[in-house]
Design a protein around this ligand. Structure first.
Ligand code: ZN
Ligand code: ZN
Length: 452
C-alpha cells in the first residue's frame, strides 16, 4: 500500500507530497529536505503491523489535511530505494509503487522471501541485541557467569557449555544466527570453509597466533573486541541501511544511482560507521593476508607480490591502512572471500578524514576532493553507493570473524586441548602434521599419546 500525505515547510511554506510505501517495519526514519529552502524535514513513520495504523512525525513541517497542491514529491520507504525528490507534476500521478518497482527487480535477481527473511532476522538481532551483547561482554571478560547467561537465552545442541571449546562455539553461534544468516549466509553454506582454515599448515598457524598475540592491537582477544564493537555500531545504524542492503537483492550493477536513492539516511547518519568500519577492516586484514601467505606460499612471512614487493607480516602491519587494502587480492581465496575489494574507496575515506566533503541532500550526491591541494579534481559518489560500500566492508568483517573463530580453536589446540586435537582426526589424516603445531606427524604426536 502507498499512502500520500502532505507536509508544509515551516520556513518557506513549500508543500511536499510524501508518498510512503507502507512496508513490514514497525517504524523507520524518513529523511526529507525541503526542495526550496533545504531545511531538514526529517521524521519517523510509525506503522501498526498487528492493528493497522499509520502515524508520522516531522521536524520543521506541519501535516496538512486534504489533498492540497504540492510543489515537490518525495517517495519514502523503510526498505527500498525510491525515486529521488523532484517537482510535482502530472506525470507523477500514475506512477507504480516502490514496492512493485522493486519486487520485480528482486525476483529477477534473487528472491523476495530471502530479502524479507534477512531483514526480519536483522530486526530480531536488533531486538535481542542487549541480551546478546551482555553475553559477548561476559565472554570478553571471561566471566564465571557466562555459561549461566548463555543457558538463559539459548537452548539446544548449538549452545552447550560443557567445556571451554563448547563455550567458544556457543558464543560464536550468536554471531552466526545474529549476523551471518541474514548478511553472509554463504559462510554457513560452506561449513567446509572453516575446516579448510583448520587444516592449513599447523606449524605456520601456530606461528601466526604467536605473531598476533605478541603485537599490541592484534591479540586474538583484542581483534574479537574490535569485531564486537563494529557489530554494536551496525545494530545502531542498520535501520538507515536497509535500502542499501536491499541493493544486494535488487542487483547493484544495473542500478540507477542518479535517479534513485534512500529516504532513510543522510551522509551524516552513516559517516562515522563508514570510518570505523574502514579502520577496523584495515586492521583485521592481517588475518586473511596471513592465511593466503600460508595457503599459497607455505610461510606467514611471504606475501604475494604487491606494489612490486613481497612483504613480511612485520612489514605489512607498518603500512598505512590505505596500502594494506592493496593486499585484498581477488585471486587468493581468503581475501577474495571478503568480497570487499572493489568496494573500498580509499580516496573517499581520506577526503572524509580531512573533512573535504560536500553533500547535497536533494541529489544525494557526495562530492569529495582526494587531493586537498587540487580542489579542481573533485570526485563524486551517490549516498546509496557509499552505503553499499560500507555494507560490503561490514560483510568482510563478518568473514574475518569466522577466520578468527578458527584461530581461537587452533589456539586451544596449540595449548594442548586434547579433545579439540583428537576432534581433528575427523578432518585430517594421521600422516598430516599434528594440529598442536609441534611439527611432528599426527600419528607420532598427539594421536600416539592418546592411544597409549
Ligand atoms: Zn522550505
Ligand atoms: Zn601434537
Amino acid at each position: 500500500m502507498v499512502h500520500n500525505s502532505f507536509i508544509k515547510c515551516q520556513v518557506c511554506g513549500s508543500v511536499t507530497r510524501v508518498r510512503l510505501q507502507v512496508g513490514h517495519l514497525c517504524q523507520h526514519p524518513i529523511v526529507i529536505t525541503c526542495g526550496k529552502c533545504q531545511t531538514s524535514l526529517s521524521g519517523t513513520a510509525y506503522i501498526g503491523q498487528e492493528i493497522p495504523s499509520l502515524e508520522y512525525e516531522f521536524d520543521n513541517a506541519d501535516l496538512l489535511n486534504g489533498m492540497p497542491n504540492a510543489d515537490f514529491i518525495v517517495e519514502c520507504s523503510g526498505e527500498f530505494p525510491v525515486k529521488k525528490q523532484h517537482k510535482e507534476d502530472a506525470d507523477n500521478i500514475i506512477d507504480i509503487s516502490p514496492f512493485i518497482r522493486n519486487i520485480s527487480r528482486i525476483e529477477g535477481n534473487s528472491s523476495w522471501e530471502e530479502f524479507n527473511e534477512a531483514i526480519a532476522r536483522l530486526n530480531t538481532t536488533a531486538s535481542k541485541w542487549k541480551s546478546y551483547k551482555k553475553i559477548l561482554n561476559l565472554f570478553e571478560r571471561k566471566s564465571d557467569f557466562l555459561a549461566q547467561e548463555i543457558k538463559k537465552e539459548f537452548q539446544g545442541s548449538f549452545f552447550t557449555c560443557g567445556s571451554e571449546s563448547e563455550i567458544l562455539r556457543s558464543v560464536h553461534n550468536i554471531e552466526a544466527i545474529g549476523f551471518y544468516t541474514p548478511l553472509k549466509s554463504n559462510l554457513l553454506d560452506v561449513r567446509k570453509f572453516g575446516h579448510e582454515v583448520l587444516k592449513l599448515n599447523p606449524v605456520q598457524m601456530k606461528a601466526l597466533n604467536i605473531f598476533l598475540n605478541s603485537h599490541d592491537g592484534y591479540h586474538l582477544e583484542e581483534i574479537q573486541s574490535q569485531i564486537y564493537k563494529i557489530m554494536d555500531e551496525f545494530i545502531n545504524v542498520f535501520p538507515s541501511l536497509i535500502p542499501a542492503i536491499s541493493l544486494q537483492y535488487i542487483g547493484e550493477d544495473s542500478f540507477d544511482f542518479e535517479n534513485e536513492g534512500s529516504t532513510t539516511s543522510t551522509f551524516d547518519t552513516v559517516k562515522q560507521f563508514y570510518l570505523d568500519t574502514y579502520e577496523t577492516l584495515g586492521n583485521l586484514m592481517i588475518i586473511p593476508v596471513a592465511l593466503n601467505n600460508i595457503k599459497y606460499r607455505g610461510d606467514i612471512d611471504l606475501s604475494a607480490m604487491v606494489d612490486s614487493k613481497v612483504f613480511t607480516l612485520e612489514e605489512y602491519i607498518k603500512l598505512p591502512k590505505a596500502n594494506r587494502y592493496h593486499f585484498c587480492l581477488n585471486n587468493e581465496i581468503y581475501t577474495n572471500f571478503l568480497g570487499a575489494k572493489a568496494k573500498v574507496n580509499v580516496k573517499l575515506r581520506n577526503a572524509i578524514g580531512h573533512d573535504d566533503i560536500k553533500y547535497d541532500p536533494i541529489s544525494q550526491l557526495i562530492t569529495y576532493f582526494p587531493n586537498p591541494k587540487d580542489r579542481a579534481k573533485g570526485k563524486t559518489e551517490y549516498l546509496l553507493e557509499f552505503e553499499s560500500e560500507v555494507v560490503h566492508m561490514f560483510q568482510g568483517i563478518l568473514v574475518i570473524s569466522e577466520y578468527l573463530y578458527r584461530l581461537r580453536e587452533l589456539e586451544m589446540m596449540h595449548n594442548g586441548d586434547i579433545s579439540m586435537i583428537m576432534g581433528m582426526s575427523k578432518i585430517i589424516n594421521v600422516y598430516d602434521l599434528c594440529p598442536c603445531g609441534s611439527g611432528q606427524k599426527f600419528k607420532f604426536c598427539h594421536w600416539k599419546k592418546q592411544r597409549k
